[in-house]
Design a protein around this ligand. Structure first.
Ligand code: AMP
Length: 403
C-alpha cells in the first residue's frame, strides 16, 4: 500500500516553501520526509531542497520558465520530490494562510465557500493573502483528488479578550473586521505545544514568546492561550522587522501623502519593503549581515530592534500580570546570542537572569537557576503544525465517510 503523504506549502510573494510528511494513520506524529523552497519566483529562481533527513541539501539555479509563477514553481518542486519518492502522491495538501479574519479559529478543509471567504479577506493582507491563495490554486490543479487544508496565522489569537481585539475607532469598524488579529499563530501554537510537553507548569503560566525572524512579533500567552500580540490588523504592526517598519504613528502616513506627495501605494511599499532593519541601516534586512557590519547605521538599526522588543516585553508582561517564561524562536531568536543577551540585559526587575554560558551555546534553557522567570530557546516548526492539521482533518474526513 502507498503510504499516506501530506504536502505542506507556504507561498510567499516570490517564494514557495514546501515539505513532505509521512502521515501514517495512528497516534504517531507526522514524520518529515523532505523539505525545500523555491526562491525568486518570476525573477532568477533558485531551488533548495533536502530530499531525505539523511541526505545533504541540494541547490539548483532554475530557468525562468521553471518558476515563472507559483504553478510552475510547484510543478518544479514536485518534479524534484518525485526523483526521491517516485511512488508518493499527496492525499492532503496543507497551506499556510496568513489571514483567517474574525471567523476562522482553526484549520479548515478548503471548499469553494472557504476559498471565497479567504479571497474576501485579501484586502486585510494584500501583500500575503493573494500569494497564499495562488499556492492553493496551484495545488488544486496539481492534486485535484487531494484534500486541501488551510491553516491560518491568525487562528491562535482568535480568543483574545475584546479589549485586545479592538482599536479606538468608531464601532462600525470593528463590525467591518478592522480588529487586532495577530499573526505568526502557527509558530506560537507549536511553541505552546512543546512547552506543554517539556514544561507543563510553565505552559499553564504566564509566557511571552518572541518570534524573531525576518518577520517578527511577540505574543503573551496565558495558560496556553494567546491574550495579546504585538501584531495587529496587518502583519505590519509591532516590532521592526527585516523590511517592515513595525509600530508607527499613523500621522506619518498623512505627512508622506500630503507633504511629500507620495501615493498610498508608495507609502505601503515603503512600510513593507524598504523600512525596518533594511531602511534604518541602509545596508541589509539580514541580522547576520548587520551584526557583522561595524558601522553606526547597523548599530542603530539593531539598537532600535532590541529597544522595541524590551519595551513590548514590559507591556506584554503587564497584560499577563507577570512573567513566568520568555521564549525565543525564529531565525534571530534561535541563533543570535548577542540579540538575546541584549534583550535580557538589566531585566532582573521583571525576573529575568540570563546564564551567559548557556546563552552562548543556544541551550534550551538559558536562564540561571536563580532567575524568577525561565528563559528558553525553542526552535519553531510551523510546517509540523500544518502537517498535524492535515493528518487530523484527513482522519476526520475518513471517519465521516465511514459513518
Ligand atoms: P527567519 O525569517 O526565521 O528564517 O529568520 C531570518 C533571520 O534570522 C535573518 O535576519 C537572519 O540573519 C537571522 N539569523 C539566522 N541565523 C542567525 C545567526 N546565527 N545570528 C544572527 N542572526 C541570524
Amino acid at each position: 500500500m502507498v503510504r499516506p503523504v501530506a504536502l505542506t506549502l507556504n507561498a510567499g510573494s516570490s517564494s514557495l516553501k514546501f515539505s513532505l510528511y509521512d502521515i501514517a494513520q495512528g497516534p504517531a506524529e507526522p514524520t518529515l520526509m523532505a523539505v525545500g523552497q523555491v526562491d525568486s519566483i518570476g525573477g532568477k529562481p533558485k531551488l533548495k531542497a533536502t530530499l531525505s533527513p539523511a541526505s545533504p541539501a541540494i541547490t539548483r539555479e532554475l530557468t525562468a520558465s521553471e518558476a515563472s509563477n507559483h504553478t510552475s514553481a510547484l510543478a518544479t518542486a514536485l518534479g524534484v520530490l518525485r526523483t526521491q519518492y517516485p511512488e508518493a502522491r499527496a492525499c492532503v495538501v496543507g497551506h499556510r494562510v496568513v489571514h483567517g479574519g474574525p471567523h476562522f479559529s482553526a484549520p479548515v478543509v478548503v471548499t469553494e465557500a472557504v476559498m471565497n471567504e479567504m479571497r474576501d479577506l485579501s484586502p486585510f493582507a494584500p501583500i500575503h493573502q493573494p500569494h497564499n491563495l495562488a499556492g492553493i490554486e496551484a495545488a488544486q490543479a496539481a492534486f485535484p483528488e487531494a484534500l486541501q487544508v488551510a491553516c491560518f496565522d491568525t487562528a491562535f489569537h482568535r480568543a483574545h479578550p475584546k479589549v485586545n481585539d479592538t482599536f479606538a475607532l468608531p464601532r462600525e469598524y470593528y463590525d467591518k473586521g478592522v480588529r487586532r488579529y495577530g499573526f505568526h499563530g502557527l509558530s506560537y501554537e507549536y511553541i505552546t505545544g512543546e512547552l506543554k510537553t517539556i514544561a507543563p507548569l510553565l505552559h499553564d503560566g504566564r509566557v511571552v514568546v518572541a518570534h524573531l525572524g525576518n518577520g517578527a512579533s511577540m505574543c503573551a500567552i496565558l495558560g496556553g492561550r494567546s491574550v495579546a500580540s504585538t501584531m495587529g490588523f496587518t502583519a505590519l504592526d509591532g516590532l521592526p522587522m527585516g523590511t517592515r517598519c513595525g509600530q508607527i504613528d499613523p500621522g506619518v502616513i498623512f505627512y508622506m501623502v500630503q507633504q511629500e506627495g507620495k501615493t498610498i501605494d508608495e507609502v505601503r511599499d515603503l512600510f513593507y519593503y524598504k523600512s525596518g532593519l533594511l531602511g534604518m541601516s541602509g545596508i541589509s534586512n539580514d541580522m547576520r549581515t548587520l551584526e557583522a557590519a561595524d558601522v553606526p547605521e547597523a548599530h542603530e538599526a539593531i539598537d532600535y530592534f532590541v529597544f522595541r522588543i524590551r519595551r513590548e516585553l514590559g507591556g506584554l508582561a503587564a497584560a499577563l500580570g507577570g512573567l513566568d517564561a520568555l521564549i525565543f524562536c525564529g531565525g534571530i531568536g534561535e541563533n543570535s546570542r548577542k540579540i538575546r543577551r541584549r534583550i535580557c540585559e538589566g531585566m532582573s526587575w521583571i525576573g529575568l537572569e540570563l546564564d551567559h554560558d548557556q546563552n552562548d551555546v543556544s541551550a534550551r534553557v538559558i536562564s540561571t537557576e536563580f532567575s524568577r522567570a525561565r528563559i528558553m530557546v525553542i526552535p519553531t516548526n510551523e510546517e509540523l503544525v500544518i502537517a498535524r492539521a492535515c493528518k487530523s482533518l484527513l482522519a476526520r474526513q475518513h471517519a465521516q465517510a465511514a459513518e
